[in-house]
Unconditional design. Sequence first.
Length: 547
Amino acid sequence: MAKVEVVHASWKGLLVQVYKDGGVRADDVPAVARPDSFFQYADLNPDRIAVVEPGGTSHTFGELHRLANRISHALRAANIVAGDRVALLSPNCADFLAILLGAEQVGVKVVPVNYHLTAPEIAYIVTNSDSRLLLVHANYESVAQLAMATASLPSDRCLLLGPSTSSGRRFSDLIDQYSEDPPLDRVHGSVMMYTSGTTGRPKGVSWPSREVDPESAARALDPLMALRGMQHDVAAVSLVSGPLYHGAPLGWGTQALHHGHSLVLMDKWDSREFLRLVQRHGVTTAQLAPIHFYRLLQLTADERAQFDTSTLQVVSHSGAPTPVTVKRHIMEWLGPVLYEYYASTEGFGTSISPQDWLEHPGSVGRVDGNGADMQILDEDGNGVGAGVTGTLWIRNPGGLASEYFGDAEKTVSARRGEYFTTGDMAYIDGSGWLYLVDRRTDMILSGGVNIYPAEIEDVMRTHPAVDDVAVLGLPDEEWGQRVHAVVVPAAGHRPDDHLASEILGELAHSVAKYKVPKTVEFRDLLPYSASGKLLRRVLREDLAESE
């Protein structure tokens, strides 16, 4: 590789060469000299682009580092100490990441809040998490003020981010007076994520605080991120398509910065915009959800051909099981770049490379791949044999355990000793590969037989007239529950009884008769969370109200 002008020649006394063209990989640098975190990459190359916001505004590593340092000092000056929580209501932007990085240096836990929530829902999270502050982007000032009033919290605990014409207390006024130098006695902070609320009210997942510096905390995640396709690389450009208030996009985005990547943010999904950003910025890694694959595959061959995606080396995805046919189609287009991982807010799971997936289609990885211990148990808590479906229980590496914040009862109910479950149904084959079947709460019990909606949905989605589908159980006097399908018809197909009969007729060739839906209805859209999870609970409630 041709060496060009050195941008920065030393870091903590170690000779390192980083070039203006970004063409040197971390592997070209002696391992002893490799940075471990965003903060060290910022020291090395402060002028490199760190974040490109939706709309195109960019911020360098140095700018983001200086802002994060000010935030660290401001939090300490406000007597917000290690272990305290600060809620954050913000769209995808550099300020979001700076707040996270600033808190990460002083042991503070950031509680990201879904900006689609109503005032009572926001109030619940702020009070349930016992957050000391609510930091709010000006876009959501009105709902935040209503949330503070709903929770009977003093208004001065709400600080505004970004430009605003109101007289509210501004976060910039608090941080501008503080030093841009790193704080002393740095201690790793973290996030406290709230679950998606797909089965009820969101639950705050709290992890024990660790008395380590940010570099040690970032370094500890390197092996896990490598299994998901991420490497230290100062030439890499990562893209995050989902909202940072959700664990998967947030985890990928922050780890991208800790791995030296430039980070491109989207604020909402648009298939053409995603492809445009990949081409414009030379995106090398991206984090998506299965719902994004469905949307991308709706583009015509001519539309796809307008964009160059050859720079993509890794597309990491999680959030929900991906049908085999969908994943194959994406790989036929983008190449073998899909790295899937199964995890939850509560803990670790599995990972699978594109090469392993092609040999074991449908699997989400080996049960011994991430250091976590997994077992499949039946309803009585007994282990089951290879290939038998049961409830998946996971023990995190080293027995590290999270808890539902302020809810010991729910924590205990989700645990068996050091093992936890999120209610996912799965099986492990004879070679140790894990296959997800469905969530226990989604399972249909009809005539005494267990039926898994995901199996039926995967087949129905292959029908050319089906754009999207949800299968769920509805109350039935005779069967207990009857299998019901809600179908979003593809463009050009008329939603009527004839189409329903055609779809069910095709389905009957692929699944047992008792699995075929007894009733079908058509809708324009299905409810999804921002992370791409189908909100069956919302759909059930809607169907119950309409009956």
